[in-house]
Design a protein around this ligand. Structure first.
Ligand SMILES: [Mn+2]
Length: 457
């Protein structure tokens, strides 16, 4: 195994011309349970105990990433959480975070994905929230990322579930291996204030001890690097929360006073105009906790907004951040950009239980807006969510993913799947009985830079 930090590890991914052949796609993309679609294992299966080291070549391979998944799976089942560094050393995790962060930060706010119109399909995945075993299952039944199969993950990789670190690291590894086939959009949980409130920060502290603080800081930096949205084949818009406001930046001249600026901010909060992809391209996304006001308005909206059955664009009072946007906004945005489909995520069965005017999330997806230009779908990929639920009642929701097929890519094919149960027994990293939807707690962690309203995740 290579010595620490001595192996060159950048560039990390293989050049495109030397990539491994695509692994065979599973014949069972049928949304079945695990019993119907037994997981396939890589030829390099490895039974743990030996720390995974960065490849001596400095380049990740398919086998390395598959082994990483197996090691993380094994560790979750056989090791105590604090033993994870014995199989995934902190310097290996840090290398993955650094490599992926560089790739992500070089991507634009809205990634343009133009798949080969003859041979490439695109898989869209919604929230996964630290449910490692369900993510591994999804990859196996759907087929691993490859030159013929692009994945777009739509954020919320961490929090609530007990394996957010493993899930995030695994997805970063796929990104490093296949940067042009794996896209990782940012969710609202890829922020400091959510990871403090919903367990991910504590999870890292428990698992990595004295190295945790450094790891967490690197991950927070990586969070800010994720792109906010994607447009696939020119016709499918994907973002975690959805649409966003136009954010006019006041032109400050020597004659502008501070009071002028304050008046502008007040005006911007009162009147909302739907933003465009041009506005998105110009936005600054390099912010740890988008506050949803001022220059942070666009990333805040994209990560936190929800569709509404009611027309118009309004502040999302239930969440305290982001917007509610009606079918008319969806139509306007789609028509302006010649889109045929919008896929967003962000609302699981718990969130939908509180919205009596919206369809429930039992099957992992809902069709929320059907307008002249096309439709808007919510996609949620964490089955049996949240992992930790108070009381005996569970939502028992299915997860879903969407496949877009060539040559058109704008017709969604839905696939549902059930959770891999039973999950390994482990304690949660947050007070799920009391912390859920606690405005006071979130107000505390969000700090003074954010809005005064509470926030519902
Ligand atoms: Mn979310």
């Amino acid at each position: 195994m290579g010595a620490r930090h001595t192996a060159p590890w950048w560039p990390c991914a293989r050049p495109a011309s030397t990539r491994s052949p695509s692994p065979p796609r599973s014949s069972s993309r049928n949304g079945s349970s695990s019993l119907d679609a037994p997981p396939k294992r890589s030829s390099a299966r490895r039974i743990g105990g030996v720390p995974l080291e960065w490849p001596e070549s400095g380049m990740l391979s398919y086998d390395w990433v598959l082994v990483l998944g197996e090691v993380l799976d094994m560790a979750s089942r056989r090791l105590q959480p604090q033993q994870l560094p014995t199989v995934l050393p902190p310097h290996v995790a840090e290398s993955l975070i650094t490599c992926a962060g560089r790739l992500l930060s070089n991507e634009p706010n809205c990634v343009r994905i133009d798949p080969d119109p003859c041979s490439t399909s695109v898989v869209l995945v919604g929230d996964v929230h630290g449910q490692l075993h369900d993510v591994l299952h999804l990859l196996e039944i759907t087929g691993f990322p490859s030159t013929n199969q692009i994945y777009v993950f739509n954020g919320d990789y961490v929090d609530r579930g007990a394996w957010g670190f493993e899930t995030y690291i695994l997805l970063l590894a796929w990104k490093v291996l296949l940067p042009n086939q794996v896209f990782l959009l940012r969710g609202n949980h890829e922020t400091k204030f959510c990871t403090i409130a919903y367990g991910f920060e504590k999870e890292i502290m428990v698992k990595y001890g004295e190295r945790a603080s450094s790891l967490y800081q690197k991950i927070l930096t990586c969070f800010q690097a994720h792109p906010l949205a994607a447009v696939i084949a020119g016709s499918v818009y994907v973002a975690h929360g959805g649409l966003f406001r136009q954010c006019e930046v006041p032109t400050l001249t020597p004659s502008n006073s501070i009071s002028d600026s304050k008046r502008f901010v007040g005006h911007a909060r009162r009147s909302l105009t739907l933003g465009t992809l041009e506005d998105l391209a110009k936005a600054s996304r390099d912010v740890l906790d988008p506050s949803g006001v001022g220059s942070n308005a666009i990333p805040g909206d994209i990560l936190w907004s929800d569709p509404s059955p009611n027309p118009g664009l309004e502040f999302n009072m239930a969440r305290g951040i982001g917007l509610l946007f009606g079918p008319d906004c969806t139509q306007e945005f789609m028509a302006k950009h010649r889109l045929k489909l919008i896929v967003r995520s962000h609302e699981g069965p718990d969130a939908r239980e509180k919205r009596v005017d919206m369809e429930g999330m039992d099957n992992g997806y809902t069709i929320d807006h059907v307008v002249h230009a096309g439709k808007l779908i919510t996609l949620f990929s964490a089955p049996d969510y949240p992992q930790f639920q108070a009381g005996s009642h569970r939502y028992e929701n299915k997860g879903a993913y969407i496949v877009l097929e060539p040559p058109d890519f704008s017709e969604p094919h839905y696939f549902t799947f059930e959770a891999i149960l039973p999950r390994p027994q482990v304690s949660s990293y947050y007070d799920y009985v009391n912390a859920l939807d606690s405005d006071e707690d979130l107000e505390f962690v969000r700090g003074s830079e954010n809005t005064k309203e509470g926030v519902r995740s």
